[in-house]
Design a protein around this ligand. Sequence first.
Ligand code: BG6
Length: 490
Amino acid sequence: MEDCTFVIFGATGNLAKIKLLPALYRLDAADRLPAGLRVVGFGRRDWDDARWRQQVHEWLADKQPDATVLARFLERLHFYQGDLGDEAAYGGLSTFLAEAHYSPNLIFYMAISPADFGRVSRQLGAVGLSDEDGGWSRLVIEKPFGYDLESAESLNARLNRDFQESQIFRIDHYLGKGTIQNVLVFRFANLMLEPLWNRNYIDHVQITHSESLGTEGRAGYYDTSGALRDMIQSHLLQLLTLVAMEPPANLDAESLRDEKVKVLRSIRPIHQSAVNAHAFRAQYVGGRVDGAKVPGYLEEPDVPPTSVTETYAAFKLYIDNWRWRNVPFYLRTGKRMRKNNSMVSIRFKHPPQQLFRETHIERLKPNWILMNLQPHDCIRLEMQVKQQGLEMRAETTRLDASYCGIAQAQLDAYEALLLDVIDGDHSLFLRYDEVSWAWRVVDPVLKVWSTERDFIHTYPSGTWGPKEAERLLERQDQRWRNTLEEEGGE
Ligand code: BG6
């Protein structure tokens, strides 16, 4: 792995604190960082290296760092004082990097407000920091990438003035999660699944992300975003592409992303007049989560009292290709739900013959494949077997992948992704056409919702969301699968 200089814009912000510095530290502890890697924090505060190191030391304190590794890691850190809005700061940064004789391979990580992505990239270009003459130069961008299709197009055009697509790494941190990568292994390394993985055997697919937390001080961002942009346009559609895609020609980034784009392009467009049949939104009101009383969305700090921003969104999509035609894909996400759970649930059809009708088996339960991303990181297969005893009764048995339920070392999605940036591997990053097609899927719904501003359904905090969302389900025997434990369960 080549040496490089990792510049963080927004070095004193929340993302740097919660994700980036801890991930870089853990990579160092695992001996995965190149020896000459330097981390330059770009921030407004009047700090020097020593002050920033002290800050990062404090951030890492609760991670029980190893003293030797920590000392080595802190040595890598430097601070460059500058204001994002000050053009002179970029020339200064360029001189600073050149004079410090750090590696000429550069990574610019935008841990800043999306509104600043365009201008920072322009200024980097203006002072030649996007040039790849002496070494490579890479730009890492967090979501949200745009606000809708139009703004994404214009942001992309701005970035492309100074950075080529091959230099841009658009992060979707879901793609760094272990189980997500496991979707590919599970699907394409097991021959027995392939014949079943289609419309002939699969009844429907659910992709759910529920969390018990509220907006956690991020209302300023969240209220302009809402659940549909925040989770569905990005993370959940990415998951859908991995579940639904055809096997790629090989595992290189372009082949993989070509297949994902094909899925997005095959999603049946939602006509504006059909939005209510395909999408549902709601907002949480006060309630209890884990026994503790919590306020409603409108009572959260910084939320406008008349906001109709959705904190819950559910979607029904169809993928019009040979494999999936007419199989509903239900995508659902909500804040302040009963529990944290992110899961892909694949429900199989019932057997064609009701062989057990005359026995004690009244209603056979269907097979499910469950891929839990969190909290369990687990793949489970549910099958029907005969109960022990004289009578013909069936029960559900669960075949768990061997790591189910076993606590794993706390690996964070960011670690894998940061290593990939250093390595120049784009496989787990979004190509622009993926982003653009994902916006095309949700845009008609966003348009309709933005005009319907006088009413939104509600759900009490600490529940599995509004009952009315069931109207999206195609048939009566389909139910939201909330957890790994039980169909329709707690
Ligand atoms: C982020 C969203 O991208 O993903 C948050 O902005 C959400 O609102 C988070 O809570 C969920 O990520 P994770 O890794 O906690 O499932």
